[in-house]
Design a protein. Structure first.
Length: 256
């Protein structure tokens, strides 16, 4: 059974159809790409999965749980993490605190225990700090733990956002254009890193990206959207030369 399924999902903004009959079956452990021109509906899919938007119709299921109608924090608690196309950090908090905050989705103490600083609260706080520092070390950010997040260079802010997403202990990770703003050398490093975190954290990953080198290089399967509809789905080699994909990106049918 698929880890994540979407069945005939439609979404409207007023009279505009942003997504028309979207279907998806993402298998556990898979690394899948979702691509298409700007405005194709890719980020809308992520926002529907994570409860930012509520689908106008259709079903989105994670394992046996229906996601449509659930709030973002309820979906996070199901162990679905994400990053954003435009980096969304707690800009005025420290690097360490950005990761610590995500850990509280799994904190194992009650409000009373926190208020009175009882034993379980103190133990959990130590664990959260230790786990946060471990993630920062993995992402080579530990020496910047006390730095304010907004002061980090762009590439490091990207890494911090991924570290924060992993802090919730996700089974499913949604990456929205993680290579945006990166140079070719950084993209090569990111490709290796995404594959590494997938293995290390045993993740299923759904990826939105415009950098075709990254998508074709690491995704096992790719789904192409255009104007809210699926054009084609298949392995990278089938997507690379499909005339419908070329037309969607170039705006005209390729010359024979």
């Amino acid at each position: 059974m698929a880890l994540l399924t979407a069945t005939d999902v439609r979404h409207y903004f007023g009279g505009l159809c942003a997504l028309a009959g979207f279907n998806l079956a993402l298998e556990e452990g898979e690394l899948m790409g979702l691509i298409g021109p700007n405005g194709a509906g890719k980020t809308t899919v992520f926002n529907l999965i994570t409860g930012v938007y509520r689908a106008s119709s259709g079903s989105i299921r994670f394992k046996d749980t229906e996601l449509v109608g659930k709030t973002p924090h309820q979906i996070t608690a199901l162990r679905i993490g994400r990053t954003f196309q435009n980096i969304r950090l707690f800009r005025d908090l420290s690097v360490l605190d950005n990761v610590r905050i995500a850990h509280y989705a799994r904190a194992r103490y009650t409000p009373i225990e926190a208020l009175l600083h009882l034993g379980r609260y103190r133990g959990e706080e130590r664990r959260i700090v230790d786990d946060s520092r471990r993630l920062l070390s993995i992402f080579k950010l530990e020496r910047l733990a006390g730095e304010t997040a907004k002061n980090l260079p762009y590439g490091m802010q990207r890494r911090l956002e991924i570290a924060r997403a992993l802090a919730i202990g996700p089974e499913l990770l949604l990456l929205d254009e993680p290579a945006a703003g990166m140079n070719p050398n950084e993209i090569d490093q990111l490709m290796d890193f995404i594959q590494w975190i997938r293995r290390e954290f045993r993740l299923t990953i759904l990826l939105i990206e415009h950098q075709m080198k990254l998508v074709m290089g690491i995704c096992e399967r790719i789904q192409v959207l255009d104007f809210g509809e699926t054009l084609i789905e298949g392995p990278p080699e089938a997507i690379r030369s499909d005339p419908r994909v070329l037309e969607a990106y170039l705006g005209e049918a390729p010359v024979a």
